[in-house]
Design a protein around this ligand. Sequence first.
Ligand code: ZN
Length: 308
Amino acid sequence: MSYSDDESLPGECDWCHDDRGLCDRPHLDEDRCFSIKLKETFDVETLIPCHARRYVLERMGFEDHESMETKKIHLRTHHGMDFEVNLYNSESVTLFGCKKWEALCRMYGFHEDMLVTMALGDPEIEQDNMDIWVLVDTPPILPLSYFHSSKNVWKMVDKTHYTNGSELTYQEKNHLIAFCTDLENYNIYNQTPQHYGQYVPLGHMLNYGNYHGDTLRIPMDCVPHLMYQNGSLDVLNIHPGHPTNLNCPYQISKRSGDMLIKEWKKCMDSRKEVLGSKRKRSARIEDRMISILHNGESGSILFYAILP
Ligand SMILES: [Zn+2]
């Protein structure tokens, strides 16, 4: 691990780059807490502030505070998340900066200049000894299943466009991840000709604004650029494996760029399993649905499923 101290800005500590003027006074708050102000490259490396470093090293069992050593420690949150991360020590700095650390940062949507408070585990409690609690107030924005998915699924999840009322909690995002994973597997298994461009999934709340008179409106952001102005598409619900075989004409609005899918009622009426359950039912107003428009050599497909 390379580290240079010549990049510090005025007012920043040469070692940990903290600018709060706390470094000369070794201490923990309430005998166990300290906070880290995240720098721009926090997901790559985040340094323990000097004032807390000694205590962190002691509690985590580093004997020589000035030698290169890496230990695996557990970072836990009160949402039951547990990440085994590397804690790297070198002569004068100690830092986080591995894949698991990056995952924790992404899971909670950490950002530059954010203050992250950590609390050292209680040495009196055996299971709490080697742990550091990360005290985050806000719930995760991504579930654990995200980090076990393919890069391709990450891209889809990251690009998802939500319309009003269709935002998903981190637990509900498990369904989105399952949907994207199924779609990926479906495409591999069926050798679906490649999509032109990148998938932009849509989280949609069915209401009378976007579904009326037998027509479903898909916002422009989710419509692939190279689609014909008019045509027809296959509507497939692949979850969990018995695709529907419906076909609907569509038109792309010249004014808004939105796609208008006609004859949608038959898709509403088609009884399908809702995501994450074996229960079959038809779709109704105020359901949330996830869809992905595929546009490739063999034609256009709308993959969709209904959320519980
Ligand atoms: Zn410092």
